[in-house]
Each structure stands twice: as C-alpha cells, then as structure tokens.
Design a protein around this ligand. Structure first.
Ligand code: SF4
Length: 220
C-alpha cells in the first residue's frame, strides 16, 4: 500500500507543481481514500489495474500496457526498463531483436525456457520520447513492479540496464562498476547486468553478461 500511496502522492505533487505551486500544506488523501490504496493480490487483477492506470503522463500516448509475463512462481525474474514501440503495439514484453537475445540468454546460458522465468519491466507504458523522459513515471510505476515481486517471490532478480537497477535499489552507481556483483536483499538476490538492447549496440560486452548469468546459474 505504501508504494501506491507514494505514487499517488507524487502524482498529486507534480500536478500542483505544474500549476505553479511551490508549497502545499494540504493533506493528500482522506482516511477513506487511503483504505482503497491496496494493490490487488493476484497478477491477473494487478494487470487489470495497470490497464486502467493513469498515474503518469505516459498513459496518454500508450496503445497497450506491457505487463510482466512468464512463470508466476518463477525462481528467476528479469526486470527490464523501458518498453519499445513494437511492444506498445503488441502489448507484449521483450519483442524484437532484444527479446530474441534475452530468450537466447535464458535458454543457452541458464538452460531454461523463456516460460520458466518471469519477465517484466520497470515501466508498463512506452514513452514517445525516451530522451525527454523524467523521473516521475519511474517512481510512480515502480509500485506495480514491487507488487509483482511480492507476488512472484523470485529467489533471484536480474536487472537489465541502469534504470531497472537504479529504481529498484535506489543506488545511483554506474552500471559499469556494479555489473556482475550479486547482492543479497531481504527476500531475493539481485544481479545487475546489461540490457539486451544495449548489447545489440555493444556486442563485445556479451561475454560479460554471459559471466553474470553463469553466476546466477551456479545458484540454481
Ligand atoms: S507508466 Fe506506469 S504509472 Fe505511468 S500510466 Fe503507465 S502503468 Fe501507470
């Protein structure tokens, strides 16, 4: 509930800021409203809620939301960052060459099928212009990601790219420095690595991701 509360609070504060407010002393929610802030306790219902989400401005231009897919009881969860246009059209996660590369990583390195793991993104809506993307959507949307983690209960989370790592951990370290360093969190281990779309542009880094996934495999 706290995450959704924070997301709604952020939305309200950003709206006030856009209206020119620099300070507000008003209470954001009444007690009655707070009681309805709990996110659903099933992935199906959570997806339905995301389909009707207008917490941030990305809802204005989306065609379809891109919700997590895969094994709802998976030991391994992959968390990407920002959906691409092709995914917005199809409402499906990790499509195109980046998706193919992720599938190859799962099958060839981890020795699993794509449907054995759970794959999701930090943002559930595709932004029209990633260059102009501000922090707000990441902060508001991560309430859904945290709920997915709570429901799937993965043992290992592999973050793909800097956004997923940054907003999941609140760590701002350069991905180059922390990539491959597995850390223990309350209910899961976390492995930060590069995003498949980044590897498409920097194929020489594939071997580093291979090493990161080998470390994950050794824990399975
Ligand atoms: S990006 Fe997330 S928070 Fe923003 S509208 Fe889409 S689902 Fe809601």
């Amino acid at each position: 509930m706290k995450n959704l509360h924070n997301a709604l609070l952020l939305k309200q504060l950003y709206q006030l800021k856009e209206l020119g407010y620099k300070y507000t002393s008003s209470k954001p929610f009444s007690y009655e409203e707070q009681k309805n802030l709990e996110l659903p306790h099933s992935l199906t219902k959570l997806k339905k809620q995301v389909q009707n989400c207008h917490l941030c401005s990305l809802s204005k231009n989306r065609n379809k939301i891109i919700f997590g897919e895969g094994n709802e009881n998976a030991d391994i969860m992959f968390v990407g960052g920002i959906p691409i246009e092709m995914e917005d059209d199809a409402g499906k996660i990790f499509l195109g060459r980046g998706g193919d590369m992720l599938t190859a990583m799962i099958e060839k390195v981890l020795g699993l099928r794509r449907e054995d793991v759970y794959i999701t993104n930090l943002l559930k809506c595709h932004p029209l212009n990633t260059q102009e993307l501000h922090e707000t959507p990441f902060h508001t949307c991560k309430a859904y990601l945290f709920k997915e983690i709570e429901l799937v209960k993965p043992k290992i989370i592999i973050t793909l790219g800097k956004e997923a790592y940054h907003y999941l951990t609140n760590e701002t370290s350069d991905l180059k420095e922390i990539r491959g360093n597995m850390t223990s969190h309350k209910n899961f281990k976390l492995m930060p690595t590069y995003h498949p779309n980044f590897l498409l542009k920097n194929p020489s880094l594939k071997k580093e991701v291979f090493i990161d996934l080998q470390k994950v495999k050794s824990l399975l």
